[in-house]
Design a protein around this ligand. Structure first.
Ligand SMILES: [Zn+2]
Ligand SMILES: [Zn+2]
Length: 279
């Protein structure tokens, strides 16, 4: 990790702790959603076997292990880490966590170049919105991290190791190898940043976690056609509960209505009017 990226991060980010920070929520008996500053991560499973979905912000490894200890006990460690995508707010503490646990990491094969130091994400696009988060986004680290051999591609059959009953679904657009996780049995969805339940461009709404369905965070999304297709794919699943990368989990009728509204009005709600990544 580069020194100047870190210090930039600190000045840009420490004040941006959302009111929900440090809060955990058991959304289902075996799905626990935890808010780390501005981003959500999840534990799926029980104390005997569980998987950590995404790894939060940089410098949060101790907070995450404390949270796991509190939830599953002193000896608890995940069987694997599953990544929805490799943006810095989802892999921020990955390297530090892997120093504590030698566990496999699973991601989509198209995301692996960003996790093995071969590729960087394009820089955040500050032109997409007038909000402060978008203005700050060029300062967000866009460097791919490098965890080498420890990252493996998901099995081709859609299954997810150590997560029986769950399937990964390729939902590109926000990033090339973005995935969402779905369990047919109870229609539980972990959507990553394919859509979110808080308008990420508005600092006020991020801080207060005002619930409002929104497309993928604009400043980072590079392929809006693919992002739209991905939202349609997820809407068609008719999820019963959704944990998103940012914002509070949404359920039931509220979720289905919001998702179909987002799908029907994607251009107006989700897509930026000016983006270096549209046209
Ligand atoms: Zn993202
Ligand atoms: Zn995110």
């Amino acid at each position: 990790m580069e020194q100047n990226q870190d210090s930039k991060f600190e000045s840009a980010f420490l004040p941006m702790t959302s009111i929900g920070s440090g809060m955990g929520m058991a959304v289902l008996s075996d799905v626990f959603c935890y808010t780390n500053q501005i981003v959500n991560l999840a534990l799926v499973g029980n104390q005997h076997e569980f998987v950590l979905i995404d790894t939060g912000m940089p410098k949060s490894a101790d907070e995450i292990t404390d949270m796991i200890t509190e939830h599953f006990g002193e000896e608890a460690r995940p069987s694997a880490i599953v990544l929805t995508h490799g943006h810095f707010d989802h892999v921020g503490s990955l390297v530090a966590l892997l120093e504590k646990w030698r566990v496999p990491v699973y991601s989509h094969e198209l995301e692996i170049p960003y996790l093995t130091g071969k590729q960087d994400y394009p820089p955040g696009d500050p032109g997409v919105d007038s909000g402060l988060v978008a203005k700050l986004s060029p300062m967000f680290p866009n460097h791919g991290i490098n965890i080498g051999e420890q990252v493996k591609a998901f099995p081709q059959d859609g299954s997810i190791p150590h997560m029986p009953g769950w399937k990964w679904i390729h939902t590109p657009g926000h990033t090339p190898g973005h995935v969402s996780l779905f369990r047919e049995q109870d229609r539980a969805l972990i959507a990553g940043d394919a859509f979110v339940t808080v308008k990420q461009e508005s600092l006020y709404k991020v801080l207060t976690q005002t619930q409002e369905i929104s497309g993928p965070p604009r400043y980072y999304t590079t392929d809006w056609d693919a992002a739209y297709e991905s939202v349609k794919t997820l809407e068609a699943l008719k999820p019963e509960i959704a944990v998103t990368g940012h914002g509070i989990p949404m359920t039931g009728e509220d979720l289905r209505e919001n998702l179909s509204y987002l799908t029907a009005n994607f251009k107006e709600i989700a897509m930026p009017k000016n983006s270096r990544y549209t046209n």
